[in-house]
Design a protein around this ligand. Structure first.
Ligand code: ATP
Length: 335
């Protein structure tokens, strides 16, 4: 049977800075080999959680285990965990090969051996032959890969990535998302990835933890988080869903609870074309593959996403909205 000891577990972990509860009673198990994303707005405690795993911070209360071992008192360099920072933190005066081999040098490995291992990892991140360059002679995406190689060369069991794609432009970012995910699957290393980008978390991770105010609001597979948010916060933060008040939800489901409805689940038709929710188009926002409509349904603000090629009303027009009842997700929160 596979060993089910979590790669990382948090038990009621808090980290307070004066009166700021950066991390507030977090319970968490990260499965070995999974790609785990920590998603949340700025200041929600994601980076602090990562630093707690790395050992750069200590919990104010609670405890952390890494592969079943208590982490308290274990210094960062003995944790079998490596971090890729957002700014890459490469040494500008060292060439790429020595940057990558740095951790091995610190461990006292002989030059020939550490250079051989660094070359190997550079091939893995698709930078073979770049060893002689200085970081300043690389593109942003290449520097990002060097930073990744520098962490991977230590063969960590857990790799921590703090917004590693934050400095890249959109195109490069999308390419790197695919590469990172493929690399993670190939290596089988546990990745813990911090981001405030919903799309990035949903597309890359096996599971996502949504943070707010130092707490985890929900943990689950991307589809769970997206389709079945448990609270208004998650519905709103993960993909700008329509959050519906209990009065509205009760009319359709009989339950007086908050609900969510994805913009793409709403169909928009000309007014007087049948039953549905009467609304007026407030604005239209062309996005290429779809158009986003802001709608006013008797004081309730809704958004609908209309794929290219479908009926598109003008701003100010009266319309009727329909949706399949099963797309209306009823959340745990009641009135
Ligand atoms: P971002 O996406 O902006 O990086 P985050 O979710 O990673 O945000 P953290 O960096 O973990 O958030 O910060 C959580 C809270 O703790 C913030 O209010 C922050 O100001 C505070 N904080 C973090 N580190 C310290 C520190 N060393 N001293 C005081 N307050 C801190």
């Amino acid at each position: 049977m596979a060993d089910m000891t979590p790669a990382v577990s948090f038990r009621k972990v808090s980290r307070h800075f004066g009166s700021v509860r950066a991390v507030d009673g977090v319970d968490l198990d990260i499965v070995p080999g999974e790609f785990f994303a920590m998603l949340g707005p700025s200041g929600s405690g994601k980076t602090t959680c990562l630093r707690l795993i790395a050992g750069f911070e200590q919990p104010s209360s609670g405890h952390i285990e890494i592969f079943g071992e208590r982490a308290e008192g274990v210094p960062p360099y003995r944790r079998n965990v490596n971090t890729v920072f957002q700014d890459y933190a490469l040494f500008p005066h060292l060439n790429v090969l020595d940057n990558v081999a740095y951790g091995l040098m610190v461990k006292g490995m002989a030059k020939a051996e550490r250079h051989r291992m660094a070359e190997e990892v550079l091939s893995l991140v698709r930078l073979p032959g770049y060893g002689g360059r200085k970081p300043g002679q690389l593109s942003g995406g290449q520097r990002q890969r060097v930073a990744l190689a520098r962490a991977l060369v230590n063969r960590p069991k857990v790799l921590l990535l703090d917004e590693p794609l934050g400095a890249l432009d959109l195109k490069l970012r999308e390419g790197m998302q695919e590469e990172l995910k493929a690399l993670q699957k190939a290596l089988g290393i546990t990745f813990v990835f911090v981001t405030h980008d919903q799309g990035e978390a949903l597309s890359m991770a096996d599971r996502v933890a949504v943070f707010n105010d130092g707490r985890i609001m929900q943990v689950g597979a991307p589809e769970d988080i997206y389709q079945r948010p448990r609270s208004r916060f998650v519905a709103d933060f993960v993909g700008s869903s329509n959050v519906l008040p209990p009065e509205f939800v009760q009319r359709w489901s009989g339950q007086a609870r908050w609900g969510s409805l994805r913009p793409e689940a709403i169909r928009v038709q000309k007014a007087a074309s049948g039953e549905g929710v009467a609304a007026r188009v407030v604005s239209t926002n062309y996005l290429g593959s779809s158009t986003r409509l802001a709608l006013d349904a008797g004081g309730l603000r809704l958004h609908a996403s209309i794929p290219a090629g479908f009926y598109l009303p003008d701003a100010g027009e009266a319309v009727v909205l329909t949706f399949n009842r099963e797309h209306l997700h009823v959340m745990d929160e009641s009135a």
